[in-house]
Design a protein around this ligand. Structure first.
Ligand code: ADP
Length: 393
C-alpha cells in the first residue's frame, strides 16, 4: 500500500486531480468528507461539540450549524483549539481506519486542504501539491464556485502560501494550463511513479542505481533531504535518533550522483536489525539485500560494518546508511562532509577525482574502490582540519 498526501490551495485543482487518480484506480480518503462525517447528527463527535459549546451551534434539524460555529471560534483562540482538539482527533482516527481498510495493494490518496498547515506531510510516502497562480484560482473560484472576489481572496489568504506548500511537495503539479494537460500529468504520475512505488513498498524492494553519472548540483537537494529526514523521523518515532545529510549532495554546488545519502545514527547494529528495519521499509526505505560495510580509513584490514537501506520511490534514489553512533565509520562520514563543506579547494579536488572516475569506471563497485587512495590522503587533511578547528561530530 502507498499513502499519498494530496493538497493545494483552494481553487488550485486539487479535486480534479483527486477525481482523476480515482479514475486510474486510487482509493480516495477525502479529509473534508471525513471532517463532516465525524460530527454528523447522531455521532459522539457532535455530542462532544455540543457539550463544549452548547446547542447554540445546532441548526433547526439538530445538525451542526457551521456558520454559527465558525463565528463562535473565529475571534476566540481557546475555543478554536478546543474545537480542533475534538474534530482533529476524530478525523485522524477515522482516516487511519479508512486507510487500514483499503486493499493491501492500494494507492491511497488522502486529499487534505490544510496538509501543510497541520504538518502532516511526513506521514505519507509521497506528497503531491497542485500549484496554480492566484490570478487563475480567483478566476476559477468566481466562475465555477459562485464566490465573490472578496470571498475568494479571503479564503486564499487564510491558507499557507505557495512557497511553503512547494517546500513540502515531492511532486508539484502546476495547473495553469488546460484540464487535458493536468489529466496527462496525473496519468504520467500514476503510471511512472505511484504504481511502481506502491509495488516496491509492498515487496520491500529498493530502487538500485548501478551506473554512476554525475548530475549538475541541484539546489533542491537539501530540501529533498529535509523531506526524507522528516519522513524517516516520523517512521521511527517514538525512537528519536540522529539523522544527517551526508555525501556529495550535502555539499553545496558539487556535481554528484543524484542519490541522496542519509546517515541514521543507531545505538547498535542489533537495533538496526530490529523493528527499526521494518518501520523503515514500511515508510518506503527497505533494506538492501546483502552485507554492507565501509572500508576503514586509512585503508587496512577489517571493515566498518553498517546496514544500508534504499528507496522504494522510483524517482528518488536514496542511500540510507545505518551506522552506530560514535563508531569510526559514523564519525568519518560526518568529518568528511564538514571538512569538504568548509574547504572549497578540496571540494574542487574531489570533483576532479569524481569526474575522472565517472569517466573511467562507470560500474559503481569499481568506482568505490578507485576512490580509496584519494580518501586515505584526504582523511589526513580532514583530521588536521578537525584538530585545528576543534571540530566535533
Ligand atoms: P480545489 O479542489 O483545489 O479547490 P477544484 O479542483 O475544485 O479546486 O478546481 C476549482 C475549479 O477550477 C473547478 O471548477 C475546476 O473544474 C476548475 N478547474 C481546475 N483545473 C482547471 C483547468 N486546468 N482548466 C479549467 N478549469 C479548471
Amino acid at each position: 500500500m502507498l499513502r499519498v498526501g494530496l493538497t493545494g490551495g483552494i481553487g488550485s485543482g486539487k479535486s480534479v486531480v483527486a477525481r482523476r487518480l480515482v479514475e486510474r484506480g486510487a482509493v480516495l480518503v477525502d479529509a473534508d468528507q471525513v471532517a463532516r462525517e465525524v460530527v454528523a447528527p447522531g455521532t459522539e463527535g457532535l455530542a462532544e461539540v455540543v457539550a463544549a459549546f452548547s446547542d447554540r451551534i445546532l441548526d433547526a434539524d439538530g445538525a451542526l450549524d457551521r456558520a454559527a460555529l465558525a463565528e463562535l471560534v473565529f475571534a476566540d483562540d481557546a475555543a478554536r483549539r478546543r474545537l480542533e482538539a475534538i474534530v482533529h482527533t476524530r478525523v485522524r482516527a477515522r482516516t487511519a481506519e479508512l486507510i487500514a481498510a483499503a486493499p493491501p495493494d492500494a494507492v491511497v490518496v488522502n486529499d487534505v486542504p490544510l496538509l501543510v498547515e497541520v504538518g502532516l506531510a511526513p506521514a505519507y510516502h509521497l506528497v503531491v501539491v497542485v500549484q496554480t497562480t492566484v490570478a487563475t484560482r480567483l478566476e476559477r473560484l468566481i466562475r465555477d464556485r459562485g464566490m465573490s472576489r472578496e470571498q475568494a481572496e479571503q479564503r486564499i489568504a487564510a491558507q499557507a502560501d505557495d512557497a511553503r506548500r512547494a517546500a513540502a511537495a515531492d511532486v508539484l503539479l502546476t495547473n495553469d494550463g488546460t484540464l487535458a494537460q493536468l489529466h496527462a500529468a496525473v496519468d504520467a504520475l500514476w503510471s511512472d511513479r505511484l504504481l511502481p512505488y506502491e509495488e516496491n513498498v509492498r515487496h520491500r524492494r529498493a530502487v538500485r542505481t548501478h551506473r554512476v553519472t554525475l548530475a549538475e548540483p541541484d539546489p533542491t537537494w537539501p530540501q529533498q533531504y529535509a523531506r526524507l529526514a522528516a519522513r524517516i523521523r516520523h517512521a521511527i518515532a517514538p525512537a528519536d535518533l540522529r539523522i544527517d545529510h551526508i555525501g556529495s549532495t550535502a555539499m553545496t554546488g558539487l556535481p554528484a550522483k543524484d542519490v541522496i545519502d542519509i546517515q541514521l545514527s543507531v545505538p547498535s547494529l542489533a537495533d538496526a536489525d530490529g523493528p527499526l528495519a521494518e518501520r523503515l521499509a514500511d515508510a518506503g526505505f527497505p533494506r538492501l539485500p546483502g552485507d554492507w560495510w565501509d572500508s576503514p580509513r586509512p585503508a587496512g584490514s577489517g571493515r566498518w560494518e553498517k546496514r544500508l537501506h534504499g528507496s522504494a520511490d522510483p524517482a528518488r534514489p536514496v542511500h540510507l546508511h545505518l551506522r552506530v553512533t560514535g563508531s569510526p565509520g559514523w564519525r568519518y562520514a560526518l568529518l568528511m562532509r564538514d571538512h569538504l563543506r568548509a574547504d572549497p579547494d578540496r571540494r574542487a579536488a574531489y570533483l576532479m577525482l569524481k569526474r575522472e572516475l565517472a569517466a573511467a569506471a562507470p560500474d559503481s563497485g569499481a568506482y568505490a574502490t578507485a576512490k580509496d587512495p584519494w580518501f586515505d590522503e584526504e582523511q589526513l587533511r580532514a583530521e588536521e582540519w578537525a584538530a585545528g578547528t576543534g571540530w566535533r561530530p
